[in-house]
Design a protein around this ligand. Structure first.
Ligand SMILES: Nc1ncnc2c1ncn2[C@@H]1O[C@H](COP(=O)(O)OP(=O)(O)OP(=O)(O)O)[C@@H](O)[C@H]1O
Ligand SMILES: [Mg+2]
Length: 405
C-alpha cells in the first residue's frame, strides 16, 4: 500500500481483510483514503457501511479487483439497514475528515482545510527588505530559475528552506513570492493546526497535504509554524505524536522514497533552535533565511496599505514609518486600527466627523508597543554561537549589530 497509495482496489481489498479480522479502525482509514480518491466508489461505500455497522449489516458483495460488479444494478449495494449517521459522525469525528455525509442526500465530498493558490505575488511586490530578497535570490531562487542547471544537478526537491524570524514580519508573504518567482502554485499549511486542530491522525493528514502538493506540481509547499515540532514537547507528553510527525515529514521530503519532482518545500518558524535538530540535517531544512522586522521602506509601504482606505492623509505614512522601528507589519496594522478607532469614538462623541490625524497616532503609538522585543529576548537566549547550534550566523550578526550579545 505504501508503494502504490493510489491503488484503490488494492486498498479496498486490504480494508476488507482488516474488517474480516475485526480491525475496524484500520479498515476505516483505508476506506476513507479510497473514498478520497474515488468518492463515488460503490464498493468503498459498501465497505464503509459494513465497518460503521460493525458486523450487523447485510453481507457486502465481494469487491472485484476488475470492477466487473459495477455493471450490476446498483440497488444491490444500497443500505437497507437502519444506521445512525449522527452517532457515527460523533464517534469517528476525531479519526476522519468530514466526509461522513449521508450518501443518500449528498455526494461524499472531501473539503480539505488547505487550498492550492495560483502564483500571484512576486518579489518586486514586497516593499523594502532588500537584503533578504538579495540573499533569497542568490541562494535559493537562482538554481530553481535555471532549468538547465536544475537538470544537471538533479531536478525536484533537494532540500527545504526555512524562513525564520519574529512573528508578523513577512515570512508567509516571502514564501508566497518565492512561488511567484518560479511560477509555481502555492499551498500553505500550519503544522501546529495540523497537529492540534485537524481531526484524524497528524501523519496521515501531512501525507494528504504532500500528496495534494505533488499533484499540483510545480508547487511550493509552505509549512508554517514548524515550531510545533520542538524539543521540549517531544520530551514531555505526546512524545509519540511529535516523533511520528517528524518521521512522516522526513519520509515525505526524502526524494528517494517519493517522487518530489516539481515540489519545493519551505517552512517558517519563530525560534528554530527549539526545534528537533534532526530536521536540519543535510538534505532536510539545511538552508535558513532570517526574516527581520520591516525596514523603514517596508514599514512605509505597509502603513500606506492600511491608510489608503481610511479618512486620513496618506502622507502620514512616511513620518510614521520613521517612528515605528521594531514594529512588525502585523503591529502596524493594529496601530492603524487603533488610531482609526480613536478618531471614530471622538466623532461619535462630538457628532462631528473628522479625519484621523497625527494625535490619534501619537496616542496609538503609546498603547500599541512593538512586538519584536519579545522575540529579541527569545533570540538572545536562543542558539549558542558554538556547539550544536550552527546555521544562525545571520542572527548572531544581527544581535551583535544591535548590541545584544
Ligand atoms: N515588505 C512588505 N511589503 C508589503 N506588505 C508586507 C511586507 N511585509 C509584510 N507585509 C504584510 O504584513 C502582513 C504580515 O506578514 P506575514 O503574514 O507574511 O508575516 P509572517 O511573518 O508570516 O507572520 P506570522 O509569524 O504571524 O505567520 C501581511 O499582510 C503582509 O502582506
Ligand atoms: Mg505567517
Amino acid at each position: 500500500m505504501q508503494a502504490t497509495p493510489d491503488d484503490v482496489p488494492l486498498r479496498l481489498h486490504l480494508a476488507e481483510l482488516l474488517l474480516d479480522v475485526g480491525k475496524v479502525e484500520e479498515a476505516v482509514t483505508h476506506v476513507a483514503a479510497a473514498l478520497q480518491r474515488e468518492p463515488n466508489s460503490i464498493e468503498a461505500r459498501a465497505l464503509m457501511g459494513r465497518a460503521m455497522a460493525g458486523q450487523a449489516g447485510p453481507p457486502v458483495p465481494a469487491v472485484s479487483r476488475q470492477g466487473v460488479h459495477r455493471d450490476e444494478p446498483t440497488d444491490r449495494y444500497t443500505f437497507n439497514f437502519k444506521f445512525n449517521w449522527a452517532a457515527a459522525e460523533s464517534q469517528f469525528a476525531d479519526m476522519t475528515q468530514p466526509w461522513l455525509i449521508d450518501p443518500g442526500t449528498k455526494p461524499l465530498v472531501v473539503k480539505p482545510p488547505y487550498e492550492v493558490e495560483p502564483a500571484t505575488v512576486r518579489l518586486a511586490d514586497i516593499a523594502g527588505m532588500a537584503e533578504v530578497k538579495r540573499r533569497l535570490d542568490s541562494t535559493f531562487l537562482a538554481p530553481l530559475r535555471n532549468p538547465d542547471l536544475r537538470r544537471k544537478y538533479g531536478s525536484g526537491l533537494r532540500s527545504g528552506l526555512l524562513l525564520y524570524g519574529p512573528p508578523g514580519c513577512g515570512k508567509t508573504l516571502l514564501a508566497r513570492s518565492i512561488a511567484g518567482e518560479i511560477g509555481s502554485r502555492f499551498l500553505a499549511v500550519s503544522l501546529s493546526e495540523l497537529i492540534n486542530r485537524w481531526p484524524g491522525s497528524a501523519e496521515r493528514n501531512l501525507h494528504l497535504v504532500f500528496t495534494a502538493a505533488r499533484r499540483a506540481a510545480p508547487c511550493v509547499l509552505f509549512i508554517d509554524e514548524l515550531d510545533a515540532l520542538d524539543r521540549k514537547r517531544s520530551r514531555s507528553g505526546g512524545t509519540g505524536s511529535v516523533r511520528a510527525v517528524v518521521n512522516q515529514l522526513l519520509g515525505e521530503m526524502d526524494g528517494t522514497q517519493q517522487n518530489n519532482e516539481g515540489l519545493s518545500v519551505l517552512a517558517a518558524a519563530e525560534a528554530p533552535w527549539e526545534i528537533l535538530p534532526t530536521l536540519f540535517a543535510a538534505g532536510r531544512f539545511d538552508r535558513t533565511l532570517l526574516v527581520l522586522p520591516p525596514d523603514v521602506i517596508a514599514r512605509e509601504a505597509v502603513l500606506r496599505q492600511h491608510l489608503r482606505d481610511r479618512p486620513v492623509s496618506v502622507t502620514l505614512a512616511g513620518e510614521l514609518a520613521k517612528r515605528t522601528k521594531d514594529y512588525s507589519s502585523a503591529d502596524l496594522a493594529v496601530l492603524c486600527e487603533n488610531a482609526a478607532e480613536r478618531a471614530l469614538r471622538d466623532s461619535a462623541r462630538t457628532g462631528k466627523t473628522r479625519m484621523i490625524d497625527i494625535r490619534d497616532f501619537d496616542a496609538a503609538l503609546a498603547t500599541v508597543r512593538p512586538s519584536v522585543g519579545a522575540w529579541l529576548t527569545l533570540a538572545r537566549n536562543g542558539p549558542k554561537p558554538s556547539g550544536a547550534d550552527v546555521g544562525y550566523e545571520e542572527l548572531q550578526h544581527y544581535l551583535k549589530l544591535r548590541g545584544l550579545t
